[in-house]
Design a protein around this ligand. Structure first.
Ligand code: ARG
Length: 508
């Protein structure tokens, strides 16, 4: 998306302020620089134009402007969209924000009709609208990006259905699992992240347009029309809330923060696996960096950045909540500061998702090293205790007996499964206990739902595939449900939208 900070630098030329009737003389340039939101909200330009198109049509159907005026506004807005697309739209330092920049440019392009666009509208409902359009689009995009990472996890998991490695608790070897099972644990986290985004989307899917400054308008504007054109499911039910509610932004930021925590944990697993001590993976050279002094180094910097950058959305969440907590109703300029937090959270999380997807596609899993680590017979100590339980021993006694066996094996510096049969007999265990120390037999006996057995893993892979398809399908449906071609302003469909009530044209 275009940003004033990278390219569209504000030009030095000045234009009159919208409030020149009330305030005398020129603004202090330091005040202008201090209070501008353009470095952030330039990103909202396309949404702002989209919202203005809908508003221009609504003004006309309410009889507040005539057809030719509406058409010249729409033509001007198209021209602005073109300038935004080609990177030739230049905001002015005196514009204050993207809303003023678009209106100022529109008036330059089409003249008097431009002065009619802001009828019945305030920047307060306008910015709330733009931010909701941004949030909806970000949720849709993120759900798709999550599906890409999930697809890569599933692809690698499918390749490594047979690869065994230790599962860890406290970073100590616990019990063996398949690599597929480990990778699919992240698929679950990402699945919940996707659900949260879809949920957040539904809360952002409410049109605030018509709330105007804070108390609606005396003009006969039909809110349902603009809401339908912009594909909103609901109308905001209270004008004061509409211009000051940023819950949806907090929710998206939280969804990003938690997702970033998940990504950070995946990165951390890979960083540990990449250490010489583990050597469970080999990173692709193209995703690694070297050292400026130590010639032998190959570093997992990208993974460390994924871990480190998770701090951004976490910080954004704190920033947003802190920003909101003391605000009286309704709009306060503090709210302008929401964008830097929300946008940073979304940008960082999306970039980290893509980076991890890229690394995961190419990382080499060192099956031999993993299997060697998983072949430590102590990983099957729990299996041994469970074997004794099946023989009728109370679990606490079995645990004690196996614990003693482990201690004894360690004292004698021999692997657990080598303990001689008579030692086992001494400990009260039958000789067949030796059969327990078979890695694949152990795994094949773990077939409960959610367990790492081969059949359970096959089922998990099938479920994962369905989950990914559902995510993609949701994003696709949301996208196509918002095509302007579906808009039939004034139709019965539009008239069904009421505060807090879903509109008929949206899918369940
Ligand atoms: N730029 C502002 C924001 O991002 C919107 C303008 C509302 N300003 C105002 N003085 N009412 O929140």
């Amino acid at each position: 998306m275009p940003r004033a900070t990278d390219g569209g630098r504000p030009a030095g030329r000045r234009a009159a302020k919208a409030w020149s009737g009330r305030l005398q003389g020129a603004s202090n340039p330091i005040m202008e620089q201090y209070s501008t939101s353009l470095p952030w909200d330039f990103q909202l330009a396309e949404h702002d134009v989209q919202g203005s198109r809908a508003h221009a049509r609504a003004l006309c159907s309410a009889g507040l402007i005539d057809g030719p005026t509406r058409d010249s506004l729409l033509a001007g807005l198209d021209a602005i969209a073109g300038e935004l697309g080609s990177g030739t739209f230049v905001p002015l330092e005196s514009d204050e924000d993207i809303h003023m920049a678009v209106e100022r440019r529109l008036t330059e392009l089409v003249g008097e009709p431009g002065q009619r666009l802001h009828t019945g509208r305030s920047r307060n409902d306008q910015v709330a609208l733009d931010l909701r359009l941004y949030t909806r689009a970000a949720c849709r995009r993120l759900v798709g990006t999550i599906a890409d990472l999930q697809a890569e996890l599933v692809r690698r998991a499918r390749e490594h259905r047979q690869t065994v490695l230790p599962g860890y608790t406290h970073l100590q070897r616990g019990q063996p699992v398949h690599l597929a099972h480990h990778l699919l644990a992240y698929l679950e986290m990402l699945g919940r992240d996707g659900q949260r985004l879809r949920d957040c989307h539904s809360r952002a899917d409410v049109s605030p347009l018509g709330a105007a400054g804070l108390a609606g308008s005396t003009l006969p504007l039909r809110r349902e029309e603009t809401a339908a054109e912009l594909g909103f499911t609901e109308l905001s039910a209270n004008s004061l809330d509409a211009v000051s509610d940023r819950d949806f932004a907090v929710e998206l930021t939280f969804a990003c923060a938690l997702m970033a925590v998940h990504l950070s944990r995946l990165a951390e697993d890979l960083i540990i696996w990449n250490s010489a001590e583990f050597s469970f993976i080999t990173l692709p050279d193209s995703w690694s960096t070297g050292s400026s002094i130590m010639p032998q180094k190959k570093n997992p910097d990208v993974l460390e950045l994924v871990r480190g950058r998770s701090a951004v959305p976490i910080g954004s969440l704190m920033g947003l909540l802190t920003l909101l907590k003391g605000l009286p109703l309704s709009y306060n300029r503090d709210l302008q500061e929401d964008k830097r937090h929300l946008f940073a959270a979304v940008e960082v999380t999306e970039a980290s998702l893509r980076a991890l997807t890229g690394i995961l596609a190419e990382v080499q899993f060192e099956e031999q090293r993993m299997r060697a680590a998983a072949s430590d017979p102590e990983l099957l100590a729990t299996d041994l205790a469970e074997f004794l339980v099946l023989e009728g021993m109370p679990f606490r006694r079995a645990h004690e007996a196996v614990g003693q066996a482990v201690r004894r094996a360690r004292q004698q510096a021999i692997p657990l499964h080598r303990l001689v049969a008579e030692q086992w007999a001494e400990l009260g265990m039958p000789e067949q206990a030796a059969a327990v120390f078979d890695l694949s037999r152990s795994l094949s006996r773990r077939e409960q739902v959610g367990a790492p057995g081969p059949r359970a893993t096959e089922e998990a892979l099938r479920r994962a595939k369905r989950q990914i398809l559902a995510g993609r399908e949701w994003a696709r449906r949301q996208e196509s449900g918002r095509l302007p071609s579906r808009v039939q302003a004034g139709s019965a469909e539009v008239a069904t939208i009421r505060p807090g009530q879903p509109s008929a044209h949206r899918e369940a």
